[in-house]
Ligand binder design. Structure first.
Ligand code: 6PG
Length: 465
């Protein structure tokens, strides 16, 4: 590798190259007409750490980073022309949690300047970054191809050995998919937290027992990173007090905003994601600590649990799985809708495939999701896949039972409720939107359509019937 590059082997360029090399810096050189390069390498540069290249791209690749290049071409147009030639060989990768609309803008601006730009979602936290994250790159595909081998090598590997990285789509597609990943992450975390709350506060199950429950769940269909860390968290003793650490942590959830963006954009594009919305609302509500403490003294407590603990724990496992599937169904359908709205051409089978390892939402469930979209790429919702249809069908009674338990014991389960209501709305051929339409037409002459004939109708509702 060379420490620096030089373009333009006129007399000044040649001598400068020789000087740099003599002072201890290996140098790469390029000239527009290759004969000059050959002549220089065979002549004054012979035996020196000066490497000549016939193609600019090869010279750029030979440079240590940050790549430093000296232009020794004729002043004027040649400087512009050479700079313009160099820019396409540089690839800028934004691996932060950027807002996808910012990535869209940067993509536009930087591609107008001819610079290759990749907006890449990276999931997996600190450990993932070090040992193998899940990577969601978007941007110019050719630019991605030029760097993909590095990222294929560093990405997490699923159990079948496949790297958890795939080209997602143009412009902001990578950051968009990462954003939805985070929305699902919030929902997963909230569903687990609600289940823990029901069992711990509602049924008075100890941290130790709950830890064993989560460990057991992690050996079954719920197997996932978030369930695994929950078991570990429940076992952790606080150094300061000798009590369970989880009981000492202030119950106010913070957020940096990526999950919230999912809800905001879902509203913009008309994608129903009630479980994700409920997860965000729950984090916001948790921040009202002072008000919560005050009002906890104002109202009577619901009656204590008097039932069969084992039955609730078993149902909670099924309900958690069902409500998780329903939240993934929302997230995946949101991606399908976004793919059309933003022309991302997303491959949902690939996206769920690269979420199987490395990322925060990695879970066994993603194998089935990926298979569902692989066999039916145009699947509009996971509920229409046979495997998931049965999954929900078998667990819907448990989900209803758990939601009832929460309501009876006064344990807030906004996300679990949202998953159930989402399911009930999605499987209802009839919804009360007829009444909404009538109300809109009543007060604002907004018109309505009918079930029995084509066209748009308006009624004078004030007329006596
Ligand atoms: C990931 C995570 C990560 C995120 C944190 C914090 O996939 O590795 O999504 O990118 O920044 O989980 O998110 P909040 O602060 O919004 O909870």
């Amino acid at each position: 590798m060379s420490e620096i590059g030089l373009i333009g082997l006129g007399v000044m360029g040649r001598n400068l190259a020789l000087n740099i090399e003599r002072n201890g810096f290996p140098i790469a050189v390029f000239n527009r007409s290759p004969e000059k390069t050959l002549e220089f390498i065979a002549g004054p540069a012979a035996g020196k750490r000066i490497t000549g290249f016939e193609r600019l791209v090869d010279m750029v690749k030979d440079l240590q980073k940050p790549r430093r290049i000296i232009l020794m071409v004729t002043a004027g147009d040649a400087v512009d022309a050479t700079s313009a030639q160099l820019i396409p060989h540089l690839v800028l990768i934004d691996g932060g949690n950027s807002y996808f609309q910012d990535t869209e803008r940067r993509s536009r601006e930087l591609s107008a300047a001819n610079l290759n730009f990749i907006g890449m979602g990276i999931s997996g936290g600190e450990e993932g970054a070090l040992w193998g994250p899940s990577l969601m790159p978007g941007g110019q595909e050719e630019a991605w191809q030029s760097v993909s081998s590095i990222f294929q090598a560093i990405a997490a590997r699923a159990e079948d050995g496949q790297p958890c990285v795939t080209y997602i789509g143009p412009r902001g597609a990578g950051h968009y998919v990462k954003m939805v990943h985070n929305g699902i992450e919030y929902a997963d975390m909230q569903l687990i937290a609600e289940t823990y709350d029901l069992l711990h506060r509602g049924l008075q199950i100890s941290n130790q027992e709950l830890r064993d429950t989560f460990l057991e769940w992690n050996r079954g269909e719920l197997r996932s990173y978030l369930i695994e860390i929950t078991a570990n968290i429940l076992n952790k003793i606080d150094d300061l007090t000798g009590l369970y650490l989880v009981d000492m942590i202030l119950d106010e959830a913070q957020q940096k905003g990526t999950g919230k963006w999912t809800s905001q954009d879902a509203l913009n594009i008309g994608a129903p994601v009630p479980t994700i919305n409920a997860a965000i609302e729950s984090r916001i509500l948790s921040g009202f600590k002072a008000q919560r403490v005050n009002s906890s003294k104002l109202f009577s407590e619901p009656p204590a649990f008097r039932g069969e603990t084992r039955k609730v724990v078993q149902a909670a496992c099924d309900a958690l799985y069902a409500s998780k599937v329903l939240s993934y169904a929302q997230g995946m359908e949101m991606l399908r809708i976004a793919s059309e709205v933003y022309e991302y051409d997303l491959n949902l089978a690939e996206i769920s495939r690269i979420w199987r390892a490395g990322c925060i939402i990695r879970a066994d469930l993603l194998n089935d999701i990926s298979s569902a979209f692989l066999s039916k790429p145009a699947l509009s919702n996971l509920l229409f896949d046979d495997v998931f249809k049965q999954t929900i069908e078998k667990r819907q009674q448990s989900l209803r039972f758990i939601v009832q338990q929460g309501a009876t014991l006064g344990i807030p389960m906004m996300a679990t409720n949202a998953s159930l209501s989402y399911f009930d709305a999605y499987r209802s051929g009839i919804l009360p939107a007829n009444l909404i339409q009538a109300q809109r037409d009543y007060f604002g002459a907004h018109t309505y359509r009918r079930l029995d004939r084509e066209g748009v109708f308006h009624t004078d509702w004030s007329e006596k019937s």
